[in-house]
Design a protein around this ligand. Structure first.
Ligand SMILES: [Zn+2]
Length: 403
């Protein structure tokens, strides 16, 4: 912030220094006969100011200053207006769309587990790698009824090795998607692993799953995604008590789009990729982007199984849909890609992505560099410029009094 401010002030200081020299020139015009330069245009003034001598006329200085001062002030004002208008124009051109109202897209990939469709899991993750777009992986820690123990480690060495290889890639956030992802019993509210269960049972299940993920991958999840997008207040409380800071579910599960509940930040699902065509995805996105009252995060849900073709192979059409949708999002120039925990933000494959895709840039920090900071910087520049002009005027008055 400070560095940006100083950087912005450098050309202004330069301009004002030159201006300061220029202000002394009119006195020489009226007092020194050997200098023929006149104040016809600013460029001429700036050039001649370097060669004209400082005026030595003492007898007629006050009278001449009275004639010169309005002109000096006029020149100062014009230069200042020009300077400020240039700055505002520049800030505007670099701060269109996304800069003024930052919008974020989160891809949420559910049902990542040893029993997931492995080829599809790899293929869809590869799209994210190729496009430089992050994704939040909803991991099911204990998907099989038996055996007990850590199934993330014991069920599939291939899966374990692959997931461990992703931990070093900042594009992948490891989140927890329930514990067993099994419906605990019929309920009128629909299938759920947690809904209606006692707090202690929910707490223990979530804790076991969290510990399994930590043990298997060396990553402790901070985002919790209840299976079937169905939970209750005890689920939120248990997750919060276990250190989770983000919670993502369906709107109807929490009756809010985005906000805080039981001390956890809640982001709800906006759309499911698998149920939509590219056109309907674009329409929903446009609606979100163009609604001034919409929340700042658009969550797109899919599962590895969504990318499985009827004949059991990887569905290339569906993979292309994801790629095309990412291209569309990037093409709008109005969104950034992030994860539920906001640990990484990118703009996709655009050249500017590298500065914010290092795995440490938080969304808040991105906001600050995208125009929000322009207002105080420009305000400071304006105040600085005005102060400089008044100082110059005071000095001019003082000098004229001396003379
Ligand atoms: Zn699920």
């Amino acid at each position: 912030m400070l560095r940006a401010l100083f950087k912005s002030l450098v050309p202004i200081t330069h301009a004002l220094t030159i201006l300061g020299r220029a202000i002394e020139l009119p006195q020489s015009i009226f007092s020194a006969n050997h200098c023929q330069a006149r104040m016809r245009q600013l460029s001429l003034l700036l050039t001649t100011s370097r060669v004209c001598p400082v005026p030595q006329d003492k007898s007629n200085g006050i009278r001449r200053d009275k004639r010169v001062r309005p002109k000096i002030f006029l020149v100062c004002s014009l230069v200042l207006i020009l300077l400020v208008s240039m700055l505002f124009t520049g800030a505007g051109s670099g701060a269109t769309g996304s800069a003024q109202t930052a919008k974020y897209v989160v891809f949420r990939e559910d049902d990542v587990a040893p029993k997931a469709d492995f080829a599809e899991l790899q293929a869809v993750n590869q799209v994210h790698i190729d496009k430089n777009v992050p994704v939040t992986l909803g991991i099911i820690p204990h998907p099989y009824p038996t055996p007990s123990g850590n199934q993330l480690i014991e069920a599939s060495q291939t899966f374990l090795d692959y997931m461990r290889s992703l931990t070093s890639n900042h594009l992948f956030q490891f989140a927890q998607h329930g514990y067993t992802h099994l419906d605990t019993g019929p309920s009128p509210q629909g299938p759920s692993e947690f809904y209606g269960r006692p707090y202690a049972a929910q707490y223990n299940a979530i804790k076991q799953g969290r510990d399994d993920i930590t043990q298997a991958f060396g990553v402790t999840p901070t985002s919790f995604l209840p299976p079937f997008d169905k939970s209750d207040n005890n689920t939120l409380k248990a997750a919060q008590a276990l250190g989770f800071t983000e919670y993502s579910t369906a709107f109807v599960d929490v009756n809010m789009n985005q906000g805080y509940k039981e001390g956890i930040k809640v982001d709800t699902i906006s759309i499911e990729l698998g149920n939509n065509s590219l056109q309907s995805l674009e329409n929903a996105t446009e609606q979100w982007l163009n609604n001034p009252n919409s929340i700042n995060t658009f969550i797109v849900l899919y599962h590895p199984s969504d990318f499985k073709a009827v004949d059991g192979t990887v569905n290339a059409t569906e993979l292309k849909l994801l790629g095309d949708y990412i291209d569309y999002l990037q093409g709008t120039g109005r969104v950034q890609f992030t994860t539920l925990d906001r640990s990484v933000t990118t703009t996709g494959n655009a050249a500017v992505a590298s500065s914010s895709s290092n795995g440490t840039t938080a969304v808040g920090a991105t906001d600050a560099t995208n125009g929000v900071a322009d207002v105080p910087v420009l305000g400071a520049i304006l105040a600085f410029s005005l102060a400089a002009i008044f100082t110059i005027r005071l000095r001019t008055n003082k000098n004229s009094r001396k003379r």
